[in-house]
Design a protein around this ligand. Structure first.
Ligand code: C2E
Ligand code: CA
Ligand code: CA
Ligand code: CA
Length: 278
């Protein structure tokens, strides 16, 4: 038994070593990823459940390393967040999203795009100016850009968030609360902060059809949001049954693999062209 525990300790420390080496490697590679053009924004359509049209999409970051390796945001965003690299990367995301909106406008699709904001970006005092500049440079309507923030971001930086959201709202940019229901925050911010939309987390949508508790939670979120004049977006919709339930219960928008995976820009344009509604 003693021998076994020793080898499992060795195994464990080797695994830790590998993991930390991987993080250091990614940290270094992230430094040059923007200048090497290794980032790409994919777009995932959101379906308006009332009209059946695609009026909005979420921008999701992809990292294609020069050596061909593709790394998902769940792995590199936390590293970018810890090192502060998320600030320049997040700016790249915002300006690229504005460019895409502009290109879509020129092709006759007036589509909104939402971008995800990390906690670290909220503390960047140049963020507001940067957003304003990106909108101006790309000649888009401010209300075509949307920001997604998680509840955690709101709680940790309440004063900064309040200032930022008030100012972006003045610009005409709208704001969504992402992963709603998974945070530990009180709900009071919903009436205090200028918020437009709530995105119900995928974890509630997943077992919606079989789990009575998830059904109850979703109905409660929709009712609460609507009484506060907020729109509701359901994430992670994968089946027709989920879609029907959401539609029947007046959820406003739905996003998920049932409609489309996140797509590279060119494929997203094809998608818009082939959906009858557009
Ligand atoms: P998120 O903001 O909650 O984004 C939704 C995630 O769910 C995306 O994963 C999307 O591909 C995935 N998804 C969408 N529909 C379905 C579905 O029907 N089923 C399943 N199983 N998954 C679905 P992705 O693209 O891997 O992104 C993961 C997370 O990385 C995002 O979660 C977001 O927190 C973060 N992220 C992505 N891009 C950015 C970015 O530009 N900036 C920041 N700060 N974070 C980002
Ligand atoms: Ca999001
Ligand atoms: Ca989300
Ligand atoms: Ca989520």
């Amino acid at each position: 038994a003693k021998k076994a525990s020793k080898s499992s300790v060795q195994f464990y420390s080797q695994a830790l070593k590998d993991a930390s080496q991987r993080i250091i490697e990614l940290e270094n590679a992230l430094q040059t990823a923007i200048t090497n053009h290794e980032f790409e924004l994919f777009l995932q359509p959101m379906l308006d459940l009332t009209s059946g049209t695609i009026l909005k999409a979420e921008a999701l970051l992809r990292w294609n390393r020069l050596d061909g390796e593709r790394i998902g945001p769940d792995e590199f965003i936390p590293i970018a967040e810890q090192t502060g690299l998320i600030v320049p990367i997040g700016k790249w995301v915002i300006s690229r999203a504005c460019e895409m909106i502009s290109t879509l406008n020129h092709r006759g699709h007036s589509c909104k795009l939402s971008v995800n904001l990390s906690p670290r970006q909220i503390s960047d005092r140049h963020l507001l100016e940067f957003i304003r500049g990106s909108i101006q440079n790309s000649h888009i309507q401010p209300d075509q850009l949307e920001l997604e923030l998680t509840e955690g971001v709101l709680v940790d930086n309440y004063d900064k968030v309040q200032y930022l959201l008030t100012e972006v709202r003045k610009l005409g940019v709208s704001v969504s609360i992402d992963d709603f229901g998974t945070g530990y925050s009180s709900l009071s911010y919903l009436k205090k902060l200028p918020i437009d939309h709530i995105k119900i987390d995928r974890s509630f949508v997943q077992d919606l059809v079989s789990d009575e508790n998830d059904k109850a939670i979703i109905l409660a979120i929709i009712a609460m949001a609507h009484s506060l004049k907020l729109n509701v977006i359901a994430e992670g919709v994968e089946t027709e049954l989920q879609r029907n339930f959401l539609q029947l219960n007046h959820c406003n928008l739905a996003q998920g693999y049932l409609f489309s995976r996140p797509l590279p820009f060119a494929q997203f344009c094809d998608y818009l062209n082939t959906t009858v509604s557009n």
